[in-house]
Structures are given as structure tokens and as C-alpha cells.
Design a protein around this ligand. Structure first.
Ligand code: ASP
Length: 439
């Protein structure tokens, strides 16, 4: 077994957390490649080291004193080193960082040090080889991630390394300058390493036992998802469910490697498996529910729209010209509706409206706001009768006014539009009908 294990910031926030991680790694010989994040929050009032680094570098860039802030960051690492009783020091590294900050080495260099230093401690603690991602995670000179070059370099390097720590979140451009992924990007590094070593599994250790069927801020202690496909996850993540960085799916997907989300604080839990495809049914017909508020829609009608070739294209053109991305376009015989994000749309709404009039000459146009979209996702829906019926009767019983229904052609999801004020009520009603009534 070859396992790649990534640990998030909360799993590495203190010496006590490091010890839990050490135990997890040592309990399985297969856990050979370790990807650490930077230390996260130790408690809810605490700061993430990455945020401290950004703030500290902002001072340096502005030519202000940053030494005290850098000393606070060093103290976070020293606390871990002392707590683990390691005979090891990062003093030389901090001297170098101070110098590079003074030389204005850049915000991405600054942020990357969070993972870099944590990786050094981790390698020392485990007795694994430290691999600097700047030598194996490649970006182009324009700053785009170069997946193939990275895969080549990473596989070559790790083929010669039995056990390694590869810090997450960053790599380098051809000129050697440091480039980071977007926030939460250590998940991507883990996936890249898993692909490169052709791992049997990519374990992603965090502080929850996998994905929940619904948002725990809306549903009290929701059930967790045992197994989910990449496509289902994509639908749920798009609609607001978050645990894993979205881009981290692509590298492992290329190799058909499963991801297992695990909880560092409850290693006995199975967590959630994310796989390409599975014969295992989800327990409740649906796999998950997610949603987002803050949408508005533009309702357009025109007599005989149905037979007017090019009408839809002209309407959508108006949105494209104003750089507005479209969420859903349900349509009727002589009507169509375009759902967009309120934040993107409001400042441009009148310009879009006049362009629709000019291009498509509709009879009537009306804008509605304060809408929420809810996605009910499940690979099992295709082969189960009555799913839509159950959803809509539950919503009717809960007195939710359904404003839009859209079933994706994959039959993997049903999207429901509701008013913002009915959003939580609608999610609870759907959760109850599929999960609570089955328990
Ligand atoms: N430390 C980085 C962040 O806070 C990357 C990560 O944790 O994945 O975004």
C-alpha cells in the first residue's frame, strides 16, 4: 500500500496536534508521503500562521517595522518544536526570511513559508526526507500550474525517496520565484503527489469526519456521507459545500485514485470516500444537499419565442457581453428565465436589460431578487422512482413556495429555486424526508 497523507492547518496547530498526526502516520507503514499545511488556529480566537505571514509581509512591503510580527510567527513554531522535544531550530530560516522580506521577495514567497517551515519540523519529527516543493511543483512563467512538468519532476524525485514530507500550497516559476495556489491549496499539492507516486489512496486529514449530507449550520448534527463520486462532489461543492479545495480533484481523477477525507481528532471514523464511480448505493437515495443564497433572475417573455430561432442566444449574448456568468436557464414555451449571482449582476443590470431589448426585442422583462438555489444531489436518483415527488411534497408541507425547478440532464441533481427567507426551511424539509424518516 502506498498512501499520500495531507494534514490541514488545524491538525498541525500545536505540538499536541502534531503528536496525534505522528501516531496516525506511524500506525500504517503505507503512509509514506506527507503533505503538511501551515499551522492553523489552536482555538476560535487564534490566528492562522498563513494570515500572520500575509500581514507581516504587508508591513515589510510598506517599509514599516515587521520584526515583532515575525517574532510572533517564530514563537508559534518554537512552541511546536519545544512541545515535541525536538533538538532542532529554525533560527537560520528566520534570518533568511527576514532578509528576503526586507528585499521584498513577494507576498507569495511570504505565505509559502508557513508550509515550508511546518514541513521542516514534520520531516525532523518523523525522520522523513524533506522535499522543497519549489524544486518539484512547477508553474509557467505566466503563473499557471504546469501539471505535466510537475508530474514528471515529482515522480522522478519521489521514485528515489522512500518516505518524504512535501509541504503543501506552493511551487515555483521557471525563474525560481515562489508561486502559491489559491487559499486552501495544500489539498492540491496532496493530490499532485498522489498522482505522481500512483498512490492507492489520497488521505486528506482535517477536523471533521468527512462530508455531511447537509450543512451543519442548518441541520443539527447531520449524517455524514460514506461514499461520493467526483461528479456528485463537484455539484455539491459548486453549491457551497466545502471541505476540500475544488481543484484538488483533477490530479487524482486522472489516475482513478480515491480520496479519503478523515478526522485527525477521531481517527477511528471511516470518513468519506470520494471515488470515480461505485456500485455502492448511498444510504438515503440522495447523497447530499447544498445551496446558496443571493441569486436574482431575469424573466423574459415574448409571444412565439418558441419558434424564433436564435432568441435564446441573443438574450445570453447580453449577459456574456457584460461578463456575467449564468447559473441556470429554465424555459417555458414563450418564456425563459436567467439566474445570475446578485453580486455580479446588480451594478450592471440596467445595461444588460437595455441590451436584451436591443438584441432580442422581448415583450416583457422583469427582474426578481433575494432567491436561493438548492441542489439535491444523488447518483441513486436516476434509478429510483418518486424522488422528485418526495422532494416537492416535503416542500409543500413545509409551506415553501418553489420558484424554479431544474433537473440536470445527468439526472444527478435537482436544482430548486426558493425565496431566500425559505432557504433553511427548504433544506430541513428535504433532509428530513430523505434522512430522518429513514433512521
Ligand atoms: N495555508 C494555506 C491557507 O491557509 C494553504 C492551506 O492551508 O491549504 O490557505
Amino acid at each position: 500500500m502506498k498512501k499520500v497523507v495531507k494534514f490541514g492547518g488545524s491538525s498541525l496547530a500545536s505540538a499536541a496536534q502534531f503528536e496525534k498526526v505522528g501516531k496516525i502516520i506511524r500506525s500504517d507503514e503505507g503512509r509514506r508521503y506527507v503533505i503538511p499545511s501551515a499551522p492553523g488556529k489552536r482555538n476560535s480566537g487564534d490566528k492562522k500562521v498563513t494570515d500572520m505571514l500575509y500581514a507581516c509581509y504587508a508591513l515589510a512591503e510598506a517599509g514599516k517595522n515587521f520584526e515583532a510580527q515575525l517574532a510572533d510567527i517564530k514563537a508559534r513554531y518554537d512552541e511546536i518544536i519545544t512541545g515535541l522535544k525536538l533538538d532542532f531550530s529554525l533560527s537560520e530560516d528566520f534570518k533568511e526570511i527576514e532578509k528576503r522580506f526586507k528585499d521584498k521577495a513577494g507576498k507569495e514567497y511570504a505565505a509559502s513559508r508557513g508550509e515550508f517551515l511546518n514541513g521542516k519540523i514534520m520531516a525532523q519529527y518523523l525522520g522523513y526526507t524533506f522535499v522543497d516543493p519549489a524544486t518539484v511543483v512547477c508553474f509557467t512563467k505566466n503563473g499557471d500550474f504546469d501539471a505535466e512538468k510537475t508530474n514528471e519532476k515529482m515522480s522522478a524525485k519521489l521514485a528515489k525517496t522512500e518516505k518524504a514530507v512535501i509541504p503543501g500550497f506552493f511551487g515555483a516559476k521557471p525563474d525560481g520565484s515562489i508561486k502559491t495556489f489559491s487559499r486552501g491549496g495544500s489539498d492540491i499539492t496532496g493530490s499532485i503527489v498522489a498522482r505522481a507516486v500512483k498512490a492507492d489512496v489520497y488521505e486528506n486529514w482535517t477536523d471533521v469526519s468527512g462530508f455531511m449530507i447537509a450543512d451543519p449550520r442548518i441541520i443539527n448534527k447531520p449524517q455524514s456521507i460514506e461514499i461520493i463520486t467526483y461528479t456528485e462532489l463537484r455539484e455539491l461543492a459548486y453549491m457551497g459545500a466545502s471541505v476540500l479545495h475544488e481543484d484538488s480533484i483533477f490530479p487524482v481523477r486522472k489516475e482513478g485514485i480515491p480520496i479519503n477525507i478523515r478526522n485527525t481528532n477521531k481517527p477511528e471514523d471511516e470518513g468519506t470516500w470520494i471515488v470515480e464511480s461505485t456500485a455502492r448505493k448511498s444510504k438515503y437515495t440522495i447523497t447530499g444537499i447544498a445551496g446558496k443564497k443571493g441569486f436574482c433572475c431575469v424573466n423574459i417573455s415574448k409571444d412565439m419565442m418558441n419558434s424564433e430561432i436564435g432568441f435564446v442566444r441573443k438574450v445570453l449574448q447580453a449577459f456574456e457581453d457584460h461578463d456575467i456568468s449564468i447559473e441556470h436557464v429554465p424555459s417555458g414555451i414563450d418564456t425563459m428565465t436567467v439566474f445570475v449571482h446578485e453580486d455580479d449582476f446588480i451594478s450592471k443590470e440596467q445595461a444588460v436589460v437595455s441590451e436584451i431589448h436591443r438584441l432580442a426585442k422581448p415583450d416583457m422583462l422583469e427582474i426578481e431578487s433575494d432567491l436561493g438555489l438548492i441542489a439535491v444531489v444523488g447518483r441513486g436518483m436516476k434509478s429510483t422512482r418518486g424522488t422528485a415527488g418526495r422532494i416537492f411534497s416535503a416542500l409543500a408541507h413545509a409551506n415553501v413556495n418553489v420558484r424554479m425547478i431544474d433537473q440536470g440532464s445527468s439526472e444527478l441533481n435537482i436544482i430548486i429555486g426558493v425565496e431566500n427567507r425559505d432557504f433553511e426551511k427548504a433544506i430541513s424539509a428535504i433532509y428530513d424526508i430523505f434522512v430522518e424518516t429513514q433512521l
